[in-house]
Design a binder for this molecule. Structure first.
Ligand code: KIV
Length: 273
């Protein structure tokens, strides 16, 4: 069995993630939005698959995550769940589905869980949404928090630059992280914040802290699958490590196919009935 393939094939649970933190085992998380990709990601031994609202950028070509709808997230989550045997599947609640009030938040959370069969939800924000977080948790739905750079607030931030460099914002992030843990969230994602701040949050919280652009001293890492596979071009943040150059591989393969079709080489006699 390859080094990255896990021998423990039991379905990952939120409880197991907590155990992994306690045992000092790192948590690997990656996005997926469709059946075929999720099957590969899960088969490779991923702990958590995030059906991120980054589908808005990656799958739909939008500039931000804001246009994503509840129906679209459910569509993507259903496809990922169908493909996944082992990983915990977390689905993002899209912009506008939990910020209006707690009742609407619970209704929308229940709809995602009922229709997609995913395992948990992720919500962006801290104390501003804590009543909604508590109500969703009270309905029996596990929640992963998301602090730091929260892309659904891009119009308030005005930029995708590193967050919480200033003391006041860092202090708010720390108290938001504690509020999410106290409310009962099973994990928190920290996006694009100074590594020292993320390390502090991870050491103060009992629940796992998953980082993206938050340094290595947290309990796990998450990346957008199309970015780490090198399918996306022109997105080169410092935190992104590219593990493949699929854009080149795919362009070469597709170019080869075009050539074969044009010169009559495809299909050949063994590729017909
Ligand atoms: O939507 C997403 O892909 C995310 C990750 C970047 C954490 O929220």
């Amino acid at each position: 069995m390859s080094g990255y393939l896990v021998e423990d094939t039991r379905k990952v649970t939120t409880h197991r993630l907590l155990q992994m933190k306690q045992e000092g085992k790192k948590i690997a998380m990656l996005t997926a939005y469709d059946y075929t990709t999720a099957q590969i990601v899960d088969g490779a031994g991923m702990d958590v698959i995030l059906v991120g609202d980054s589908a808005s950028n990656v799958m739909a070509g939008n500039m931000t995550t804001l246009p994503m709808t509840l129906d679209q997230m459910i569509y993507h989550a259903k496809a990922v769940v169908r493909a996944t045997k082992r990983a915990l599947v977390v689905c993002d609640m899209p912009f506008g589905t939990y910020q209006v009030n707690a009742t609407e938040g619970v209704e929308n959370a229940v709809r995602i869980m009922k229709e997609s069969h995913c395992d948990a939800l992720k919500l962006e924000g801290g104390v501003e949404i804590i009543e909604t977080v508590k109500r969703i948790l009270a309905a029996g739905i596990p929640i992963m928090g998301h602090l730091g750079l929260t892309p659904q607030s891009i119009n308030k931030f005005g930029t995708y630059t590193v967050r919480a460099r200033e003391e006041a914002e860092a202090a708010k992030l720390i108290s938001d992280a504690h509020a999410l843990e106290d409310a009962g969230c099973f994990a928190v994602t920290l996006e694009k914040i100074p590594a020292a701040l993320a390390e502090r949050v991870a050491s103060e919280l009992r629940i796992p802290v998953i980082g993206i652009g938050a340094g290595g001293k947290v309990d796990g890492q998450v990346l957008v699958v199309a970015d780490m596979l090198g399918m996306t071009k022109g997105f080169t943040p410092k935190f992104l490590r590219r593990y493949a150059d699929l854009s080149t591989v795919m362009t070469d393969a597709i170019g080869h196919y075009i050539e074969d079709v044009k010169n009559g080489d495809f299909p050949n006699e063994t590729e017909q009935y």
